[in-house]
Write a protein that binds this ligand. Sequence first.
Ligand SMILES: Nc1nc2c(ncn2[C@@H]2O[C@H](COP(=O)(O)OP(=O)(O)OP(=O)(O)O)[C@@H](O)[C@H]2O)c(=O)[nH]1
Ligand SMILES: [Mg+2]
Length: 755
Amino acid sequence: MSEQSQNQYHHLIDDQCQLIPGLTNFIRQSGLGQSHNSYNIVSIIGSQNSGKSTLLNRVFGTNFQMLSGSSRTQTTKGIWVSRDKEQNILILDVEGSNSRQRGKAEKGSEFYERSTALFALAFSQILIINCNSLNLGHESEYSIIKIIMEMNIRLFRSDQVKQMLIIIRDFNDEVDNFKEVTESIRNEIYGIWGEIQKPPEFANVQPEQIFKIDFFTSSHFQYQRQKFESDMVQLRDRFINPGNPFNLFKGYNYNTNIPIEALEDLATTLWDTIQKNEDLNLPNQKLQASQVRCLKIKDQAIDLINQDLQKLKQDAESNYLTNFNERAQNIVTRSLHHYDTESQYYVEKIKLEMRKVLNDELKTALYPIFNQQITSLQQNIKNELKNNLDALDSRNTSFIKYMDDLSFIRQQIKQVILQGLHQSLPFNEYKVDWEITKIDSQLSKVLEEIINNAREIQFVKYINSQEKTIKNSIDNLISNCFDTLDLEFWTTIRSGFNQILKENETRIRDQISQFFDHSRVDKEMNNIIHQSHQFLQDDIQKKIRELSYYLLKRFKRTFLKDEKGLTRKWKELEEPVIQQLFLDSRKSIEDILQEFTRFKVSPPQSHQFSARMSNMFSSEIVGRAQMNDEVRQAKQSLDFSSEDFSVLLDTSQINKIKQQFIDESEEEYNQVLRQRNTSFNTNVPKWMWVVLVFFMYDDVLRWMANPLLLYPIILLGSFIGLCVATGYQSIPKVLFQQIFGQLTTLLGPLLLKIK
Ligand SMILES: Nc1nc2c(ncn2[C@@H]2O[C@H](COP(=O)(O)OP(=O)(O)OP(=O)(O)O)[C@@H](O)[C@H]2O)c(=O)[nH]1
Ligand SMILES: [Mg+2]
């Protein structure tokens, strides 16, 4: 067969029962690639050397190898495929039966004949059975028909009626009657149909329901050559001319054809099935071939976009892609478009099933890239949030403004999330599989966490600054109370403290209620109130450590000053009066001291505490004078009997402070007495000193004459002079005060007695 051109033929099945790949290639090269499902297949079977190849070449313009010369050897081996010179007809030339080369005894000869005949029947639309008029009635001529009939039952249960064209060669119409001959063949065939074993559902089926049998006779090849040639032209016309009343393809439903691209797959599955000697079900085989083809088209559709997919992956790995959806859409659309175009002639069901598989595969291939895109989106959101928050922090705005800006940022980022999801979702139908809702809530969660964190930080800052304000007010209040230190001490503290709480609570509550819910506001307000109490308690505790100082200060104010706040003139007061003043002042201070046994501001109970306190003391704020006894009693019972109030100073501490105060106050008292008595010495009139100097001056002169007196006087004078010159004039002053002070103490009582 070496002389046969590669392009004109394809050796489909070799003589070793092997199917040779390349049918698709042959179909393309022979120009049938685009014929989809509008094509026909014609096969020929018959005895060896019966002129099969010669007939095909004459009718279809093919160039199958024919026997030349007088050597009666087999020329066609296996199955060869060619195409009609003009029409979309594939022609199969099948190795002749009763092969002398294979020999009767050869194992597998019958199997091979049956297989190729069966394949030709299954694969083609019209099966030509080639007979010689001389051999008609020979058993061997009908054996192949019998095989075909038997196998056909298994093959074409639900396919079209199978068309067979019986060609009687070397027919001499002068000798034989066409009608009689064809009738006898038909009877022969029906006889065979009656003989073969059939499944029950075929029991009453007539052969013409399954086979459409046509006849054609050709004149003698050698003796009526011209007539033979014109017979061949007539036969061709029956194949190619749709207007010919005997057109063999008339009424053929081309939809039952599988697209020509799938023919090789069909041939492969058919041949496999025949080789395995399994039941053939042609419609199923066709479906299977469609399936195989659609699968291949689907793979092509994936390959087509693979490069773009890789590029998208690379890009998504390095950046967030604002056009991810469009690019993904493009990839999917392109792939599906390719699939749709290529698969349009295949069985609808299979086509759609495979389209779904393709769609799923595309979705699956895009998913990891989508995930990458979402990771980038999340990173973007975090970055954007960070930048926004940093900018907000650097603006150093008020709490309210900060919170407003923060919710603005939150809204903005929410938009970014929405937009990001939109940009990352190529098709709405991916929404569920790609868990968009879940991703949305995850991203929102990230956003909320960051925003909440910023809110909390700002809130803590705000609360801290507010607590500082409260603390300053409390510090001032306590300082003032300790400076004045009277029996109204606790009342003043309570009302002052309550006032501070009330003012601050209203303001803070107003501000934070805009951004936090009720329970949170209440909780924070409770904390603030609690904290304020702590400040109050701490302040008082701190001041208590210097209580002696404040008590003495307070004592001095009552004892040393009169009601108008002027320093008392002791010389004008009698000693018993001074003593009484001293005792009264001391008593009042001791009373005040008793107030410090307990801390007398109720601790906060709940968030209503402040309100309760403000109610309780509202009358106080209006005016203490108006407070009636009932309220006072209630207040006192609350203040003094409550177990909640912590001990400020215990008895021993009180006693210690009291003792210290007594000592210090007595010192003050003595000082006052001394001052009063010192006024006795200073009462000497100035002129008395002049008189004294007058009578003394001669004595002074005398002392100065005496060196023992002069030198000490000079030394003393120089010392005083030096001190004055160096600015330490206070040194001699203090020195003299000390000396004279001691003398007065010693001589004072003596002088009093004398007086
Ligand atoms: N008597 C007769 N001989 C023919 C006819 N057609 C062809 N031949 C001759 O028969 C011989 C075999 O022809 P082929 O066409 O090769 O026959 P074949 O059936 O293809 O042979 P194999 O492929 O070997 O089975 C050749 O010598 C042809 O010239 C015909 O109609 N009648
Ligand atoms: Mg041949």
